[in-house]
Design a protein around this ligand. Structure first.
Ligand SMILES: [Zn+2]
Length: 464
């Protein structure tokens, strides 16, 4: 069996991956807060952990992996949007409007991530369906002295967990010095974080031993991963921005609530995403969602390919140039493999992926296979990477393009050249068309221009 090696944030080393139970490899990844469309940065962990999910299924068997990714549907931003709609006159109770908002956002999320070729996880728990487990876990933490209730809040006593800060490599005292921690008067210690908080009048809430309220964000993941994967499981993933405080808090809660388990053995974090070398932000005007790109006509498969070009532990830069390159490559590969039956994935691709998910190396191996004409191996390997799948649509089939103007121009130039015996203008236009990926078929009967797999509309436009 292939040995997968993964960089474990917990030990800061690349380690051999040894699952607790190879007949049921278990992975939890922090999912989205469902209050709006997913932006491009939100999609990166989805694609990264989708590749890992596919690799684990390839190595351990389709039925031997359990992949859980949650939906956080308890959130102030969701409530605010529902309240805004109610004030704008949308009918329904606040609860119904909250429910409507999350249903809508989850449907968008599914559509957008499906378009990127991400397989749906085995379980997609919603926080609101696990409130009972969160309350029970919170009660247990109070009973064991790791948490305390005060003024309708329950807070985790950070100093009661000696390993707090190990994952992100910080000491509690450094964190207090460095972070702007909200110091509420009811906290015993500034670092203590919320497990449960009270809901005021119009906010959604659930009955609890501490009054009507709602869970804190961190306890959601601890409760759902425990319910679906147990006290100890294999992999916990998420974006690097979640390492502190979210993952640190998840570890503290789970370790103290289940002292006989060891929570997640391997912690994986993907680096962040930039756009054309800059941090994506609304103020810079370079903020966009996955749907924005899809609506611009960039196929989901192209977005996925661009993501795979960068290793998950390196910052990734989204550029229009990369998207153009990815599209040209995919057009070529799709055309070449259309009639080819896939064989087995290439050893070189499996080895690259098994080496800490080296997706850039896997793509390089596909380029080698293309150079050697091993289309059957390329196709099987691409499918393992979530590329060239029929479900991603037939976007690359003969582009729908009107070449009549160029055809007429070539006919006129040829007629003139016949008379002048100077064919330089004809040759120049032919060369330019070929560069744009257009096949030029000239005969006595006429001229036909056919867009090929390398067809590049931008280059054609430059001709005009
Ligand atoms: Zn989480």
């Amino acid at each position: 069996m292939v040995t997968i090696r993964l960089t474990n944030s917990k030990t800061r080393r690349k380690e051999d991956f040894r699952p607790i139970d190879s007949s049921n490899v278990r992975m939890y990844v922090c999912g989205p807060t469902v209050y709006d469309r997913a932006h491009l940065g939100n999609a990166r962990p989805v694609v990264v952990f989708d590749v890992l999910n596919r690799l684990l299924r390839h190595v351990y068997g389709e039925g031997h992996v359990t992949y859980v990714r949650n939906f956080t549907d308890v959130d102030d931003k969701i409530n605010a949007e529902a309240l805004r709609r109610q004030k704008a006159g949308v009918p329904g109770t606040l609860e119904e409007l909250i429910h409507g908002r999350t249903e809508e956002t989850i449907a968008w999320y599914h559509a957008d991530m499906d378009a990127l070729g991400a397989l749906r996880p085995d379980h997609e728990p919603r926080a609101t369906e696990y409130i009972g487990q969160m309350v029970a876990m919170t009660q247990g933490l109070i009973a064991s002295g790791h948490a305390y209730a005060v003024e309708g809040h329950v807070l985790f006593r950070v100093r009661s967990y000696k390993d707090y800060g190990k994952l992100s490599g910080r000491s509690v005292d450094d964190m207090i010095a460095g972070a702007r921690v909200e110091v509420a008067p009811y906290k015993e210690d500034p670092m203590d974080f919320v497990l449960w908080k009270p809901s005021s009048g119009e906010e959604p809430g659930w009955d609890s031993p501490w009054g009507k309220g709602r869970p804190g964000w961190h306890i959601e993941c601890s409760a759902m991963s425990h319910e679906l994967l147990g006290e100890s499981f294999d992999i916990h993933g998420g974006g690097l921005d979640l390492q502190f405080p979210h993952h640190e808090n998840e570890i503290a809660q789970s370790a103290c609530a289940h002292p006989h388990g060891d929570f997640a053995h391997y912690w994986l974090h993907n680096e962040m995403l930039q756009v054309e070398g800059k941090k994506m932000s609304k103020s810079l005007g370079n903020f966009f969602t996955v749907r924005d790109l899809l609506d611009q006509g960039i196929p989901g498969e192209v977005i996925r390919f661009v993501f795979l070009m960068t290793h998950y532990r390196s910052p990734m830069d989204w550029t229009a140039e990369k998207a153009r390159q990815a599209e040209a490559t995919l057009r070529k590969w799709r055309a070449a493999t259309a009639e080819v039956a896939a064989s087995a994935p290439l050893v070189s691709v499996i080895e690259a992926l098994a080496d800490d998910l080296n997706t850039a190396g896997a793509l390089a191996a596909l380029h080698v296979a293309a150079g050697e004409g091993d289309w059957a191996g390329l196709k099987a390997s691409a499918v393992l990477l979530g590329l060239l799948e029929p479900a991603m649509g037939s976007w690359s089939s003969a582009p729908d393009v009107d070449l009549s103007a160029q055809t007429q121009r070539l006919i006129d130039l040829r007629a003139a050249a016949m008379a002048s015996k100077d064919f330089s203008a004809v040759d120049a236009l032919k060369a330019a068309l070929v560069t744009a990926g257009v096949e030029v078929r000239m005969s006595k009967a006429g001229i036909e221009l056919v867009p090929g797999p390398d067809f590049d509309p931008a280059k054609l436009e430059a001709l005009q």
